[in-house]
Design a protein around this ligand. Structure first.
Ligand SMILES: C/C(=C\C(=O)SCCNC(=O)CCNC(=O)[C@H](O)C(C)(C)COP(=O)(O)OP(=O)(O)OC[C@H]1O[C@@H](n2cnc3c(N)ncnc32)[C@H](O)[C@@H]1OP(=O)(O)O)C(=O)O
Length: 283
């Protein structure tokens, strides 16, 4: 049974802020490159890190006694105490200003920007938007908005779901084998204890999904790296993305891109070719 959603109370969290600092180490960069299917190499001080390395930096660390049943810190600290049990990373927008480099001390300033309740095809949704500004010794490197969604405990499938449309065609496609070790590595790199990514009993029996779930930021990170690879190694100026359905552990997944007049449309897809996260990159 879910507690009543008191949106006026939750919106009192808007404007709360926090700051944290960390260092981009060569070991972190090696681990992230390996997890993003890149050549690992021997990164040296000053080398550019993968574009979304900031998601691995200065993540909140709480004692075990302060974790909720899903493995995240108990809500009601920096994030509002949303009473819906199933948390997901819904999407966001990133502005890449300059790369973070090995050896950089980086500071992230975060602020709760919005809290909204919506009614979706899968039930009640509560969106919490968090704005972050990430700086290096050279100035602001990244500005972003992250949208976190909390879902009630209903079936994962939308009511009256129809057969999916034919999978979209891609000009560029990269496929990889999906493996729980990949998910474990990304959870470890981001110090993310969310059980849906590594605890099969929890994700199937408690949250009711059919299997382990790929992290939203892992999918977004793979998409951004592909976008940059197709643009002479340059990160897009802005990248806007949205998770449209979960990507579950399985046999294969793909990262896809189509050129457009404005930049690129990109998406990750499951083994059936159906998009799971969609993004737009503009240079
Ligand atoms: C890390 C981490 C956690 C994770 O990584 S979780 C894994 C990554 N995330 C996902 O897999 C999410 C995939 N998406 C979904 O499962 C569904 O899209 C979702 C979010 C459950 C919503 O589906 P619905 O069918 O219920 O929603 P509707 O399409 O009916 O839309 C209702 C309104 O909500 C807005 N909306 C829908 N999806 C999003 C989104 N991704 N981002 C922002 N807003 C969204 C939609 O526009 C509708 O709004 P209106 O104003 O038009 O009513 C970790 O925990 O740390």
């Amino acid at each position: 049974m879910t507690e009543k959603l008191d949106i006026d109370h939750l919106r009192q969290w808007i404007g709360r802020s926090t700051e944290a600092t960390d260092i981009v180490t060569a070991q972190l960069v090696k681990g992230l490159r390996a997890t993003l299917f890149q050549e690992v190499g021997e990164p040296k001080a000053g080398d550019a890190a993968p574009f979304t390395v900031h998601w691995c930096l200065a993540q909140p660390v709480f004692p075990m006694s302060m974790l909720g049943p899903d493995g995240h810190p108990t809500r009601g600290g920096f994030l509002p105490p949303v009473p819906l049990p199933r948390r997901m990373w819904a999407g966001g927008e990133i502005e890449f200003l300059q790369p973070l480099r090995v050896g950089d001390e980086s500071t992230r300033t975060s602020r709760i920007a919005d809290v909204q309740v919506k009614s979706g095809s899968t039930g009640t949704l509560c969106f919490v938007s968090v704005e972050h500004s990430i700086s290096s010794p050279r100035g602001v490197a990244i500005r972003e908005r992250q949208d976190i969604v909390y879902r009630e405990m209903t079936s994962s499938a939308p009511a009256g779901a129809k057969a999916p449309p034919p999978p979209p065609k891609a000009q560029h496609r990269e496929t990889h084998v999906s493996d729980p070790v990949l998910l474990f590595r990304y959870s470890a790199l981001t110090f993310n204890g969310h059980r849906i990514h590594y605890d099969r009993d929890y994700v199937t029996k408690v949250e009711g999904y059919p299997g382990l779930i790929f992290h939203g930021p892992l999918q977004a990170a793979l998409i951004v790296e592909m976008a940059a690879k197709l643009h002479d190694g340059k990160a897009p100026k802005t990248f806007t993305y949205r998770g449209v359905q979960p990507l579950f552990e399985g046999t294969e997944f793909s990262i896809n891109a189509n050129e457009t007049e404005a930049g690129m449309e990109l998406w990750t897809a499951n083994a059936e070719g159906q998009p799971t996260m969609k993004g737009t990159a503009v240079w």
